[in-house]
Design a protein around this ligand. Structure first.
Ligand code: NAP
Length: 241
């Protein structure tokens, strides 16, 4: 079973199904229009680590792959505990974190609140943190926000400039967006991945400081950083298991 909700999870499901494995992908059910992977899909929480362990046991799951987003910490913590409880192997597919592009002003912070605190009064911010992290920014009204997200929640302030968009984004378009909106600061989580990385290069080119929220710490697990390596690990584990 793949704990999903990412592009990589979807790609891996496709590869594993093609290779002949029975694959269940689990989605949290947060988005209205999820892109469905190959294989079986189940949607919704399990009810904590105990619920996940019970699901693994009662559905004869042989292996768990945590391919969730690097910031989805709770489900990753639950995955490690539940796989151990149910006695099945777990691998984590985690895309590499971004590093500062050459010449960038790169400010790493621990939380969304820390990112807010790093913004000067009057900053014009390109905010690309996703719906769940908006709270501290909503409370900081002395900055102006252009917020880009895949799905826009209801009730955002009228003076927010909101863009509903899903990557990939090109360098050219990111530069145009930042120039057009007069952006002075970029705020992002360190999600990693190539699809939305152009904003970093664009900000560096325009000398716009990049405020980067660090990834949460996760419990130890066998970790691979690409879909291809995850596929190889699954094959190895089933060969030797
Ligand atoms: P989270 O905080 O780690 O998880 C909160 C709870 O949501 C979990 O305890 C679990 O509920 C349920 N859940 C999360 N992922 C699930 C999955 N794949 N299948 C079934 N239940 C799941 O997670 P999150 O940050 O809200 O992320 C939710 C989903 O969105 C994940 O699939 C993640 O890959 C995707 N996503 C997250 C982000 C992000 O920035 N956080 C960005 C892009 C995509 P129970 O305890 O009831 O099992």
């Amino acid at each position: 079973m793949i704990l999903g909700g990412t592009t990589e999870a979807r790609e891996l499901a496709g590869m594993l199904v093609k290779t002949g494995y029975d694959v269940i992908t689990s989605l949290a059910g947060r988005t209205d229009n999820p892109r469905f992977p190959a294989g079986i899909v189940r949607i919704g929480g399990f009810g904590g680590k105990e619920g996940l362990a019970a699901y693994i046991k009662s559905n004869d799951i042989d292996m768990l792959i945590d391919a969730t987003h690097p910031f989805a910490a709770q489900i990753s913590i639950n995955g490690v505990a539940a796989a151990s409880d149910a006695g099945v192997p777990l691998i984590r597919l985690e895309r590499p974190a971004w590093e500062a592009p050459k010449g960038a002003v790169w400010v790493e912070v621990g939380t969304a609140q820390d990112a807010v605190d790093a913004l000067p009064r009057g900053a014009r911010v390109l905010l690309t943190v996703g719906r769940q992290e908006l709270g501290p920014f909503l409370a900081r009204t002395s900055c102006q926000y252009t917020a880009r997200m895949i799905e826009v929640p209801a009730g955002l302030p009228d003076d927010w400039d909101v863009i509903a968009a899903r990557g990939p984004f090109t360098l050219e378009n990111e530069i145009a967006l930042m120039e057009d909106r007069g952006i002075t600061h970029l705020v992002t989580k360190n999600s990693g991945g190539a699809q939305v990385a152009a904003k970093l290069a664009a900000a560096a080119e325009l000398s716009i400081p990049i405020i980067v929220i660090r990834r949460p710490l996760l419990p130890k697990a066998e970790t691979v950083d690409s879909v291809v390596w995850a596929h190889e690990s699954v094959k190895r584990i089933f060969r030797t298991g």
